[in-house]
Design a binder for this molecule. Structure first.
Ligand code: PLP
Length: 391
């Protein structure tokens, strides 16, 4: 038989991945072999989806919502998102500009496909969510990192970003509260960025606000929707995965300026047709039902994140900044003189603690590891005890 030659398109060689999923697979394998594993690797709430939301999803199925929906999302859900934005940010966004998609991640890919191609440049945070760099590379554009440094509390200065804009820049990606650092960008920097972008009407900004409701430090969350001057240049990424513990439902949304919306809608029709119908009904209930569940999760993440960062600072080799939001601690481990990957492997193989090496989030993540607070206080405490006993 002839040997098959898979002559696939070259751009596929540019795809990256999310190490968190690789670590999860390894951690699950070790657990299945009987090892005691504490999972501080994966970025999803450890809480179940609140009962009233689950019930709304089940009811939708029982009510016969089995078919395709509008590719943009059911109108009631787009209206519910618009109302939620008005309630939380006092900003008007037309449902016509809201696209419901299967997970916030889809918006990253859409933004990269919309704005990226050969001879274009896209700016993205580093360390940052690894899918930014992967999607940019896949689009053919040049991925240009801007560093989120520990010295600046893992925030950025608008000036740094604006100085990196050139004739080729088509898109800038920002993320606050941030994965993996837990950093939150102060309003003043965001305002400066919005002001500066007025001079670059050919540049689009994508603001990933998926952790917006998990913000518990001294710097409050500011949505880029607060700056109407750049609304026509702005793509917003948000969704239900983190806020309502709904990662597996695959639900997210994007807000696009009208011109880009028309193309994003076509991408949706070409790729996924529409989002699972019952999940969309559950999403309406999530936005319109009681919000105590969100407050409770935020409080739990705050308590755990503070415990984690303070305890890590008592251990030789770990220096951790106070996290401001999301649900991660990102300690500096440079004094161990070991690479992030070595520490990640030591923690998993020797101590049964799943974490993610900082380098999984880009080159500026070397010397750091990410620990997720999305596990019980008891599990976090046990992990700290195990680390303390060895380092
Ligand atoms: N953006 C950031 C910064 C994330 O951390 C994640 C998930 O980990 C996403 C987007 C994707 O979220 P979703 O699960 O809704 O696709």
């Amino acid at each position: 038989m002839n040997k098959i030659i898979y002559n696939f398109a070259n751009r596929n060689n540019n795809l990256g991945t999310e190490t968190a999923f690789t670590v999860l697979a390894k951690a699950n394998k070790l657990a299945a072999e009987g090892k005691s594993i504490i999972n501080l690797g994966i970025g999803q709430p450890d809480f179940p989806t609140p009962e009233h939301i689950v019930e709304a999803g089940i009811k939708a199925l029982r009510d016969g919502h089995h078919g395709y929906t509008q590719s943009t999302g059911i109108p009631k859900l787009r209206e519910a998102v618009s109302e939620d934005i008005f309630k939380r940010h006092n900003q008007n966004v037309s449902p016509e500009n809201i696209l419901i998609v299967p997970g916030g991640k889809v918006i990253i890919f859409f933004a990269a496909m919309l704005m990226g191609e050969k001879n274009k440049e896209i700016l993205y945070p580093n360390p940052g969510f690894p899918i930014y760099e992967s999607a940019i590379n896949y689009s053919g554009a040049k991925a240009v990192p801007y560093e989120l440094s520990e010295k600046k509390g893992f925030s950025f200065s608008a000036e740094d970003i604006l100085n990196k804009i050139n004739d080729k820049t088509s898109l800038i990606i920002i993320n606050s509260p941030a994965n993996p650092t837990g950093g939150v960008v102060p309003k003043i920097e965001l305002e400066k960025l919005a002001k500066g972008l007025e001079k670059h009407p050919n540049v689009i900004l994508m603001s990933d606000e998926i952790y917006d409701q998990f913000c518990f430090g001294s710097t409050p969350f500011t949505s880029m929707l607060s700056f109407p001057n750049i609304r026509d240049q702005l793509i917003i990424l948000n969704g239900w995965s983190k806020t309502y513990a709904m990662t597996g439902w695959r639900l997210g949304y994007g807000i696009f300026p009208t011109k880009l919306y028309e193309i994003a809608e076509k991408l949706a029709v070409n790729i996924h047709s529409c989002v699972n119908a019952s999940a969309q009904y559950a999403a309406i209930e999530a936005l319109q039902g009681p919000q105590e569940c969100v407050v409770e999760m935020n409080n739990a993440f705050k308590k755990r994140a503070y415990y984690m960062y303070k305890s890590l600072n008592d251990i030789d080799g770990f220096n951790c900044q106070e996290p401001n939001g999301a649900f991660y601690c990102f300690p500096n481990i440079k004094v161990t003189n070991k690479s992030s990957t070595i520490i990640q492997n030591e923690l998993l193989d020797n101590l049964g603690i799943a974490t993610v090496a900082g380098t999984s989030f880009g080159k500026y993540g070397e010397g750091f590891i990410r620990l997720s607070c999305a596990n019980s206080s008891e599990a976090i405490q046990e992990a700290i005890e195990r680390i303390k006993a060895v380092y």
